[in-house]
Design a protein around this ligand. Structure first.
Ligand code: ADP
Length: 309
């Protein structure tokens, strides 16, 4: 569906944003693009959308070869929607008109019908005649996304769509939007800073590091079989210890505090996290205390036994 072959991009200020990015994404499903700020995520999405030129390599989406603004009078493609991080709804237009603008080539009847359908999709039927300033941040985001998919694109690219929402609202809006897009069979590629969100929602994860593809895989693959310490750490906390002169990476949840445990240690610190206690265990295994989770309260200084899965 989306194929990139050796895509590289250096901006005029000599900043290399992407180097030799190659991957393939199957149709349908949700792909999360993760990486530190400046790792090239936005540039990647803009190149796929045809909104930025690449220096080398090729991109195709479906049967279409994607070219950038230097080769297109009107950059972008009808089959690929791109919602920028700083998306702007027209402040002086109603919700209805903000969506309608995207399908101005529809007949009046078809347009009204499509707008109704889209507002039902994002559960904002009763808000058609409101102005953007009369909507919450999350509602505005939902409208921006349904406006982007109004003309039935095959692919939607979302640049940090949930970043300016506060936490409880974020997970709700995220779930609604993603399940809506999934149900429509649209291929979704989105940028996020939140690895927990990516693990929970994505069909596959693309991790960028300094403009290079560090790893791509399903959430389980990337979390369980990271190709590097960097990838391991990016997706969640990890302990690094050397066993027989070999470096091993161990997730905190793989350290089990049980009386039959093979190893012994002492609780160095403990923090109540709500769902569990986060503890650091000092032991002979490592010079650094090991991070682990405990369902029971443990005291500082207490001796424990643990095993490693
Ligand atoms: P991310 O989305 O991961 O934060 P970006 O793709 O925005 O990364 O940027 C990658 C690198 O390219 C950064 O170093 C950034 O400063 C640089 N960059 C992005 N856009 C431009 C631009 N229009 N001109 C010059 N440099 C840019």
């Amino acid at each position: 569906m989306i194929t990139l072959s050796k895509i590289s991009k250096t901006y005029t200020n000599k900043v290399t944003a992407l180097s030799e990015i190659t991957f393939e994404i199957m149709e349908g499903g949700v792909v999360y693009v993760l990486g530190e700020s400046g790792s090239g995520k936005s540039t990647l999405l803009k190149i796929i959308a045809g909104l930025e030129d690449s220096d080398h390599g090729s991109v195709s989406v479906g049967n279409e070869i994607i070219t950038g603004p230097s080769q297109n009078l009107a950059p972008g493609y009808d089959s690929i929607a791109h919602v920028a991080q700083d998306f702007k709804l027209q402040q002086f237009w109603t919700v209805r008109d903000n969506i309608g603008k995207k399908i101005s080539h529809y007949s009046k009847v078809d347009k009204e019908e499509r707008i109704r359908e889209l507002l039902a999709l994002c559960k904002l039927e009763s808000h058609a005649d409101r102005f953007p300033k009369e909507l919450s941040g999350g509602q505005q985001q939902r409208i921006a996304i349904v406006a982007a998919i109004a003309d039935e694109p095959d692919v939607v690219l979302l640049d940090e769509p949930f970043s300016n929402l506060d936490l409880p609202m974020k997970s709700e809006v995220r779930k609604e939007i993603i399940s809506m897009l999934r149900a429509l069979g649209i291929t979704v590629m989105l940028i996020s800073h939140d690895p927990a969100e990516a693990l929970a929602v994505a069909n596959s994860i693309i991790l960028l590091r300094d403009g290079k593809l560090e790893q791509m895989g399903t959430p389980e693959e990337v979390y369980r079989n990271p190709i590097s310490f960097y990838a391991a750490k990016f997706l969640g906390p990890v302990n690094e210890l050397s066993v027989n002169k070999k470096n091993e990476l161990i997730r905190p949840e793989d350290i089990r505090i049980v009386s039959s445990g093979l190893y012994e240690g002492q609780i160095e610190s403990t923090t109540f996290m709500g769902m569990h206690y986060q503890v650091y265990i000092s032991s002979k295994l490592s010079s650094k205390a090991l991070l682990a989770y405990s369902s029971e309260a443990l005291k500082r200084g207490q001796s424990v036994r643990f095993s490693i899965a």
